[in-house]
Design a protein around this ligand. Structure first.
Ligand SMILES: [Zn+2]
Length: 434
């Protein structure tokens, strides 16, 4: 583990932010660093790009009769955000209280290192074939992933796929992620006037676009906060005993602010739709004048049930918006992004071996199947490209990780178990045969 830890810190120190406005040579450097780590374990390695950022593919051939396992992670990271919100510089990894702090220390450079640790545990000769695939643009939507899977699919084909980019249930309880929500993101524009006018001269009979937009956005939920768009799918999640106190603590919900929705927290988080307004363009408070705004727009993010078709969800959302636009205002809706959800077959011999490996690594603790409310579009891409492979979505994160936020961190004790579990899994899959 000390060597794994040192390599993780070195990777975390590379600011490989894949967002366009950041220095993309750093993403090249992190691809190179990952390639070097894989070469050192004896893998044949290639860096590929198909119009996007560099992905690293490494391969160790399977011993005769043994299956091949594809190990996925990503080496790019989210922007650090405002560095003032961090207690230590985001790209200078440092340990505090058993956690390693730094942007990417968990998401997902810990995933990269878990794969390398599992190979190292077998002295570079695991009992299975191993293909390591480390993507370089997961945080900006995996735009060239479909092309990579298409053009390099033969080299990526495997009997089982381990996608190490999710979370465990809590400290001490491992989890397999078996459902992910999909997502739709739209821009909603509302116009009521062909130019802004004096709010004193015309206010009263003439509607302004901001008020019309706000009323339209308000129609997306009922009074209890449940999504009001009709026809969307939504199922029930399994009951893992997640209570309101834990939700309040983990989310930072303020005292007195109510939890909205049905009250079935895990279903509302994992298997039912959610709608959030994530941005509004309108005159800012500091520069606002006494006028009726002619136009306003909002960006709206909708999470959809794991088995929902994103196109159908988009159609239903458009229909709702058209029907609820007040006062005959002009409406324009454009699709900004979409991604399919994922609902895994959670039963099967490979899944059983994964659960057993977790149990061994966590000293007998029974793993749980969880959903994740977020979307990981690449999971659906793998499921579509390799329908015959068993897909395991595993985690390096825990509820305190704060991936994408300030003070992202990795629990080092859990990370060691993650590495051991993956090493055990390779062993177990090797004994299964292909
Ligand atoms: Zn990630």
């Amino acid at each position: 583990m000390p060597g794994v830890r040192a390599d993780l810190e070195a990777l975390t120190a590379i600011p490989s932010v894949s967002l366009d406005s950041f220095d993309q040579t750093q993403v090249d450097l992190s691809a190179e660093a990952v390639a070097e780590l894989l070469r050192a374990e004896g893998l044949s390695v290639e860096i590929v790009r198909e119009g996007g950022r560099p992905a690293v593919i490494g391969h160790l051939p399977a011993p005769d009769g043994a299956p091949t396992v594809l190990l996925y992670a990503h080496h790019d990271v989210q922007p650090p955000g405002d560095e003032k919100d961090w207690d230590s510089p985001p790209f200078e990894p440092v340990e505090r209280g058993g956690r390693l702090y730094g942007r990417g220390a968990a998401d997902d450079k810990a995933g990269v290192m878990a794969h390398i640790a599992a190979i190292r545990a077998h002295d570079g000769r695991p009992p299975v074939g191993v293909t390591v695939f480390v993507e370089g643009e997961e945080e900006v939507g995996s735009d060239s992933l479909a092309t990579i899977l298409e053009r390099h699919g033969d080299r990526l084909r495997a009997d089982a796929i381990v996608l190490a980019d999710s979370t465990n249930w809590d400290i001490g309880t491992p989890a397999l992620t078996t459902t992910l929500r999909g997502m739709i993101r739209v821009v909603v524009s509302v116009r009521t006037l062909d130019h802004s006018v004096h709010s004193g001269m015309y206010g009263g009979p003439v509607p302004d676009a901001i008020t019309a937009l706000v009323r339209l956005l308000a129609s997306l939920h009922d009074d209890k906060g449940t999504v009001a768009v009709k026809g969307l799918r939504g199922g029930n999640a399994s009951d893992l005993g997640y209570d309101e106190a834990r939700l309040r603590l983990e989310s930072g919900l303020l005292d007195g602010v109510q939890v909205i929705g049905s009250g079935d927290l895990l279903s509302d988080l994992w298997t039912r739709p959610a709608i959030t307004t994530i941005g509004i363009d309108a005159p800012s408070v500091d520069t606002a004048s006494n006028t009726l705004a002619a136009s306003a727009r909002a960006k709206v993010s909708m999470r959809i049930a794991p088995d929902e078709d994103p196109r159908e969800a988009y159609r239903l959302l458009q229909e709702h918006l058209r029907e609820h636009t007040p006062w005959g205002a002009q409406l324009e809706v454009t699709l900004d992004d979409e991604g399919a959800g994922f609902s895994a077959d959670a039963s099967g011999p490979v899944q059983d071996q994964a659960r057993a490996a977790f149990r061994d690594a966590w000293d007998g603790t029974e793993p749980v199947d969880i959903g994740v409310g977020g979307s990981i579009p690449f999971v659906a891409a793998f499921a579509e490209r390799f329908p015959e492979a068993a897909i395991l979505v595993t985690g390096v994160e825990d509820p305190d990780t704060r991936a994408h936020g300030a003070n992202e961190s990795l629990h080092l004790g859990e990370f060691e178990r993650v590495c051991r579990a993956e090493a055990f899994l390779l062993d177990r899959l090797g004994r299964m045969g292909s």
